[in-house]
Design a binder for this molecule. Structure first.
Ligand SMILES: CC(C)(COP(=O)(O)OP(=O)(O)OC[C@H]1O[C@@H](n2cnc3c(N)ncnc32)[C@H](O)[C@@H]1OP(=O)(O)O)[C@@H](O)C(=O)NCCC(=O)NCCS
Length: 169
């Protein structure tokens, strides 16, 4: 199976924040951002695997900065590492300053997707090739995050999480 670069999965979704998508203090509702990120990440995972993909877990979301009503929000999603059937997708969320046009980083998130066949059974995905310095950093740390996610989901015994154990040795 031919490997693909992180760049080949790159997905950019830009949209506005409308009144129906905000909380009582006129900032984007967290669940709305989670849904937008899920869509962007699923497209990135689909571009990498060229398969049906399902969300297996939301590993990390940091709502560092609120996103006001009327903002132009851009989500950039890329597969950061592919394992056997699962793919980690890393997202950066930006808001655009109306006057300067400058993009300010608002949030980051990491989701895991699994490629499945028509019956929902996991299937193998191509390897991912990380090219840039940032892509390589994210690739290197992805196995640790996968093990942490599996431990938290009760699917891996902490004693078997070799990458996590190595952090404390
Ligand atoms: C995701 C799903 C396909 C995994 O199926 P499963 O029977 O647990 O299959 P496996 O145990 O073989 O796991 C498949 C892969 O998912 C990974 N995985 C499963 N749960 C995970 C989690 N919580 N975090 C990270 N990776 C996870 C496994 O490590 C494995 O990865 P690998 O093949 O790359 O090594 C299955 O749980 C599912 O269909 N879930 C529902 C998905 C869905 O509907 N999402 C939308 C929710 S509304």
């Amino acid at each position: 199976m031919q490997s693909r670069t992180a760049f080949q999965s790159k997905t950019i979704v830009t949209d506005l924040v409308l009144p129906s998508e905000t909380n009582p203090i006129n900032n984007l509702f967290g669940g709305e951002l989670l849904a937008r990120m899920d869509r962007a990440a699923s497209i990135a995972a689909r571009r990498h695997s060229r398969r049906i993909v399902v969300t297996a877990s939301v590993n990390h979301v940091a709502f560092n900065r609120s996103i006001p009503l009327g903002s132009v929000v851009t989500i950039e999603a890329k597969v950061s590492r592919a394992f056997t059937s699962s793919m980690e997708v890393y997202m950066d969320v930006w808001i655009e300053d109306r006057e300067s046009g400058e993009c300010i980083k608002a949030n980051e998130a990491i989701y895991t997707f699994v490629a499945v066949d028509e019956t929902g059974r996991p299937i193998k995905v191509p390897e991912l090739v990380a090219e840039t310095k940032l892509e390589k950093e994210r690739y290197d740390a992805a196995l640790r995050r996968k093990q942490l996610s599996l431990v938290l989901a009760g699917k891996l015994k902490p004693a078997e999480a070799t990458e996590l154990k190595a952090l404390f040795e």
